[in-house]
Design a protein around this ligand. Structure first.
Ligand code: DP6
Length: 351
């Protein structure tokens, strides 16, 4: 157990700031993808998206306010953060400080158990955990919806990791003021029938991606002639996905998720210059997924901003799916994930 004395905060304590907090959050994998922003500053997406939060790869983030310090100190996986990663965390803390009316800098220590930057959603778990820990430390009293809105400002997909199981992130109203758009753009839980889903995760390459998802989605929206038609069809996919989830229809859920993901990658391939995250190993896994389907096993693939593949299947088929995937990419690592919990604060002995 780690005991820490909260920083002296004076009047801030009366407003609810704890001075220090630790939070844990899990990554999520989108079955209907978020790709493209309509407002970069507010992180407002062009389309609604829907995901499953995982029960693997948690991020644990500890924050301690440091009154009197001249700058934030951020450690990611034991190493001091710099460059773009540091800039994003500091910008996020600035937002929290502005809302809390508290200028103190902070010491942040975040540990991922997922390879950072490999298209395995480390920014989703990272910013969901940071949002929750920072809100507690600086004394923002937020319900889950407000926390989801806040996490969104760090990384769009983080808005969904605030919730467990399946969550939909509403893009929010396309017209109206910025405040109205901000208010309407948050995630919420999605009702699901008897689905018993698993995601078999094939890590074919754990190295960092060459183009950030932020840059890739910007380029896609600006230059891809396929983007608008994908965005339109994605809206239909979401409606069908909600019905399939409610019905517990794994085949329909998988088919919709796979076509939505392949469509997203098609928009990127048509960007100028093209963005290609899928590698030969990705395609080998996709062939394995097709073989499984031909053998009567409902298995469907989805890929994000990286070459790794997540295969949706029934939990009872997960071992067979994992074997097939392992055989397809002998050098890769494969693990089975189920639906996981939403973000939570750690107290006392949990820390
Ligand atoms: C392909 O949430 O990482 O994983 O908002 O710019 O931080 P930023 O992007 P990010 O993008 C995730 C994109 C995706 C699809 C998804 O998770 O919906």
């Amino acid at each position: 157990m780690r005991r820490e004395s909260p920083a002296p905060l004076g009047h801030a304590r009366e407003r609810g700031a704890t001075g220090g907090a630790t939070a844990v959050a899990h990554p999520n994998i989108a079955l209907i993808k978020y790709w493209g922003k309509r407002d970069e500053q507010l992180v407002l997406p062009r389309v609604d998206s829907l995901s499953m939060t995982l029960d693997v790869f948690p991020t644990t983030t500890r924050i301690r306010l440091a009154p009197g310090a001249g700058h934030d100190e951020v450690t990611l996986d034991g190493r001091p953060a710099g460059g773009e990663a540091l800039r994003r965390v500091v910008a996020f803390l600035d937002l929290v400080r502005e809302r809390a009316g508290l200028a103190h800098r902070a010491v942040v220590d975040s540990e991922n158990t997922v390879p950072t930057g490999a298209g395995l959603a480390s920014s989703a778990s990272g910013f969901a955990a940071l949002a929750l820990a920072a809100a507690a430390a600086y004394g923002l009293d937020l319900d889950a919806t407000a926390l989801s809105r806040l996490a969104r400002r760090g990384s769009g997909s983080a808005s969904r990791s605030v919730f467990g199981d399946f969550a939909v992130w509403h893009a929010g109203p396309a017209s109206g003021t910025a405040a109205e758009a901000d208010l309407g753009s948050h995630a919420e839980p999605v009702p699901v029938g008897d689905l018993d889903a698993a995601l078999v995760i094939a890590v074919v390459d754990a190295g960092p991606k060459t183009v950030s998802s932020r840059e890739a989605m910007r380029r896609t929206v600006d230059t891809s002639p396929l983007y608008e038609s994908w965005a339109v069809s994605s809206r239909g996919d979401l409606t069908e996905m909600r019905a399939a989830l409610l019905a517990g229809d794994i085949e329909a859920v998988g088919e919709i998720a796979e076509r939505n993901a392949l469509g997203m990658h098609a928009t990127m391939l048509a960007a100028r210059p093209a963005v290609r995250y899928l590698s030969p190993a990705t395609l080998t896994v996709l062939d394995g997924v097709l073989r499984l389907r031909r053998d009567g096993v409902p298995a469907y693939a989805t890929m994000d901003a990286g070459p790794n593949v997540k295969v949706l299947c029934r939990r009872t088929d997960a071992d067979r799916v994992a074997r097939t995937v392992r055989d397809a990419v002998p050098g890769g690592s494969v693990l089975v994930a189920g639906p996981g919990p939403g973000a939570r604060l750690l107290h006392g002995d949990d820390r």
